[in-house]
Design a protein around this ligand. Structure first.
Ligand SMILES: Cc1cc2nc3c(=O)[nH]c(=O)nc-3n(C[C@H](O)[C@H](O)[C@H](O)COP(=O)(O)OP(=O)(O)OC[C@H]3O[C@@H](n4cnc5c(N)ncnc54)[C@H](O)[C@@H]3O)c2cc1C
Length: 545
C-alpha cells in the first residue's frame, strides 16, 4: 500500500503562504474556496498559471458542503428543456468517477411511478432514454423500466397502494466537502497556494481602474495584507453579489438565493436500501439516499434573504420534508424526534423575473465588469470542471497564454487507483488490516471512501503510534494534510460525522481535542471555546426554529 507522495497541506504553512502572497504578483487571485474556486485553482495551476485562493471560512463551508451530494445529470432539468446543461453535466459524471473513483461512487437511482404522479410510464421511459443518450451512458448502466413487483423488490419501504412501477437509472454520489478539499490539495500539488479563514475585504485597482488584486485579513490573527494579481476571479457563490457591489458592478443580472434543507435519519428508523427520487404533492421531487448507517432526505427549495453563513433549518422546512417522506414511505411514520441531523444550503442562482425557486435555471453565468473583475456563479457541483475550464480559457486568452485544459485526466488527490475495481481490492486490504485490530468493515469502508489512498497514512499512524481509536489517527492526518483549524472543520467537512454519525461525535471529542490542542497550540480558554462551538453546532442539527 505504499508509494504515493501526499503533500502536507496544513496550518504550519500559513506564514510561508502569506509571505508568498505578499511578495509577488499572481496570474490570478480567486475569491472563494468552494467547488467553483477549487476547480479554477486546479485547472489554472495545471496550465502553469500562478494561483492564489482565499477562503473566508473553512474550505467548502459555503454551499459546497451543503448539497445533496450527488454527481448527477439533473434529470428534472429535462422537463425545463435545459438540454445542454443535462448533456454537459451528464458527461461530467463519468470524468469525475474516473478521476476520483473512491469519492465518486456509482449509485443507481429508483424513480417510482405513482398514480397521479408527474411522470407516466411511457414519458419516463422516453425521458430516461434521452437522459442516458445525452450523457453517453452505455452497457449495464443504461436505464431499465421496472414492474411494480420489481420496484418493490428494490425498495420494499415504498408505498405500494399507489405504485405503478419504476424507472431505474445510473447516477453517482459523493462527499461535496471532501471533493472540494481534494481538488484544492491537487491544485496545491501543481503550485496553487490557498488559505482558509482569510477574508477578502476589498479589491484593489491599477491606474486604468482595472482590478489588480485584493486586500484580505487573516481571521486567525487579524493580519491585513494585499495580494496583487493580473486577474481577479469572484467565485464567492452566495456572496458573489457582495463582491460585485464592492466593485461597483452590481448591475443587470443578480443572484436569487434559494434554500435547500436535508434531514438525516438513523438506519434503524428509516432502513432504506435503495436511493429513490420521488414525487411530492406540490409537483416537486425529492431524494432519499441511504449512506453508511443513515438515510438522508432532501431537499426543499424556497426563497431566502437572511444571513448567508450557516442558514438555519425551520420547523416549516422539517414539516414539508416529513410530510413528503411519510407520504412515499408511510410504514416508517417518521417524526421530528427521529431526525438525528440536518443541514441547509443556499443555491446561488440567477434571478429570472416571475419564476419560482424550482423553475430558476441551474446554468452557470459569467459576468465581466468594467474593471475586468470576472465573476462566475450558478451551476452545479457536478459541472465544476467545465465552469473552471470556461474561466481559465478566458483568462489565458486575455493574458496571451497558449495552453489547454487537461483536467479531464487529472487524478484527484487520494484517487490514485488504476481503475474503480482497484478501489475494491484496496478496500479489502484495509478491511483485512483493520480486522487484526478488531475494527469492523464499516470503518474500512468509511475510511477508503473518505480518504482514498491516503487511508494508508492514517493506518500507519494508527499502528505505529499504537493509538487506541482510529479517530486519533484521522485528526492527526487532517491536521497535517488537510488544513484543519477548528473542531468543526474536522467533525463537519473532513469526516462528515456531524451529518452522518452525530451520535458518536460526543464520544470522540476528548480524543480529538487532545491531539488538536497540541498541534494548534490551543490554551484551555481556546479548548473550551472550540468544544462549546462544536456542541452548539451539534445541538443545532436537531434544534429547529
Ligand atoms: C440544497 C442544495 C443541493 C444541491 N445538490 C447538488 C447536487 O446534488 N449535485 C450538484 O451537482 N450540485 C448540487 N447543488 C449545487 C452545488 O452545491 C453548488 O452549485 C456549488 O456547491 C456552488 O459552489 P460555489 O463554489 O460556487 O459556492 P460556495 O461553495 O458557496 O463557495 C463560495 C465560497 O466563497 C467564500 N467567500 C465568500 N465571500 C468571501 C470573501 N469576501 N473572502 C473570501 N472568501 C469568501 C465563502 O465562504 C464560500 O466558501 C446543490 C445546492 C444546494 C444548495
Amino acid at each position: 500500500m505504499a508509494g504515493i507522495k501526499h503533500n502536507k497541506f496544513n496550518t504550519s504553512k500559513r506564514e510561508e503562504i502569506k509571505n508568498s502572497f505578499k511578495k509577488k504578483e499572481f496570474d490570478i487571485v480567486i475569491i472563494g474556496g468552494g467547488i467553483t474556486g477549487a476547480g479554477i485553482a486546479l485547472d489554472a495551476a495545471n496550465r502553469g498559471l500562478s494561483v492564489a485562493l482565499i477562503e473566508k471560512q473553512d474550505y467548502a463551508a459555503g454551499t459546497s458542503s451543503r448539497s445533496t451530494k450527488l454527481i448527477h445529470g439533473g434529470l428534472r432539468y429535462l422537463k425545463q428543456l435545459e438540454i445542454k446543461l443535462v448533456s454537459d453535466v451528464g458527461k461530467e459524471r463519468a470524468i469525475a468517477y474516473k478521476n476520483a473513483p473512491h469519492l465518486v461512487v456509482p449509485e443507481k437511482m429508483l424513480l417510482p411511478l405513482i398514480k397521479g404522479g408527474s411522470l407516466g410510464k411511457f414519458s419516463t421511459n422516453i425521458a430516461l432514454w434521452f437522459y442516458d443518450r445525452l450523457a453517453g451512458v452505455t452497457g449495464k448502466d443504461k436505464r431499465r423500466m421496472l414492474s411494480k413487483a420489481e420496484t418493490l423488490a428494490k425498495e420494499p419501504l415504498l408505498r405500494d397502494d399507489i405504485l405503478l412501477g419504476g424507472g431505474y437509472y445510473a447516477e453517482y454520489r459523493t462527499d461535496d466537502a471532501r471533493l472540494t478539499l481534494e481538488i484544492l490539495k491537487t491544485a496545491y500539488h501543481y503550485g496553487a497556494l490557498s488559505l482558509n479563514y482569510c477574508e477578502v475585504s476589498e479589491l484593489t485597482y491599477d491606474g486604468n481602474k482595472n482590478a489588480s488584486g485584493v486586500v484580505c485579513k487573516d481571521l486567525l490573527n487579524d493580519e491585513v495584507f494585499e495580494i496583487k494579481a493580473k486577474k481577479v476571479i469572484n467565485a464567492a457563490g452566495p456572496w458573489c453579489d457582495i463582491i460585485r457591489k464592492g466593485d461597483n458592478s452590481l448591475t443587470g443580472k443578480r443572484l436569487h438565493l434559494t434554500k435547500g434543507v436535508h434531514l438525516v435519519f438513523s438506519k434503524d428508523k428509516f432502513p432504506l436500501e435503495q436511493s429513490v427520487y420521488f414525487d411530492v404533492a406540490d409537483g416537486r421531487m425529492l431524494f432519499a439516499i441511504p449512506r453508511l448507517g443513515v438515510t438522508y432526505v432532501g431537499t426543499t427549495d424556497t426563497n431566502y434573504d437572511a444571513k448567508l453563513e450557516d442558514p438555519n433549518v425551520t420547523l416549516e422546512d422539517v414539516d414539508y420534508l416529513l410530510k413528503a417522506v411519510n407520504s412515499m414511505f408511510p410504514k416508517q411514520d417518521l417524526t421530528v424526534n427521529d431526525i438525528v441531523s440536518s443541514w441547509s444550503g443556499l443555491r446561488p442562482l440567477i434571478h429570472e423575473e416571475g419564476k419560482d425557486p424550482s423553475e430558476l435555471s441551474r446554468k452557470d453565468e459569467v459576468f465581466i465588469s468594467d474593471s475586468n473583475l470576472i465573476t462566475i456563479t450558478g451551476g452545479k457541483l457536478t459541472g465544476y470542471r467545465l465552469m473552471a475550464k470556461k474561466i481559465v480559457d478566458l483568462v489565458s486568452k486575455d493574458l496571451n497564454l497558449k495552453n489547454t485544459c487537461k483536467t479531464d485526466s487529472i487524478t484527484i488527490n487520494g484517487g490514485e487507483f488504476k481503475n474503480p475495481d482497484e478501489v475494491f481490492q484496496y478496500l479489502n486490504n484495509v478491511k483485512t488490516k483493520l480486522r487484526t485490530a478488531k475494527i469492523n468493515d464499516h470503518k474500512a469502508e468509511y475510511l477508503v471512501r473518505n480518504y482514498g489512498k491516503q487511508t494508508e497514512l492514517i493506518l500507519d499512524d494508527f499502528y505505529s503510534k499504537k493509538r487506541t481509536n482510529i479517530v486519533e489517527s484521522e485528526i492527526w492526518f487532517c491536521l497535517n494534510y488537510e488544513a484543519v483549524c477548528t473542531l468543526e472543520d474536522f467533525f463537519n467537512r473532513r469526516t462528515g460525522k456531524l451529518n452522518f454519525d452525530p451520535l458518536n461525535v460526543m464520544s470522540e471529542i476528548d480524543l480529538v481535542v487532545t491531539i488538536a490542542k497540541e498541534y494548534l497550540n490551543w490554551n484551555e480558554i481556546e479548548v473550551d471555546r472550540q468544544i462549546k462551538a462544536l456542541k452548539n453546532k451539534l445541538a443545532g442539527k436537531t434544534d429547529f426554529i
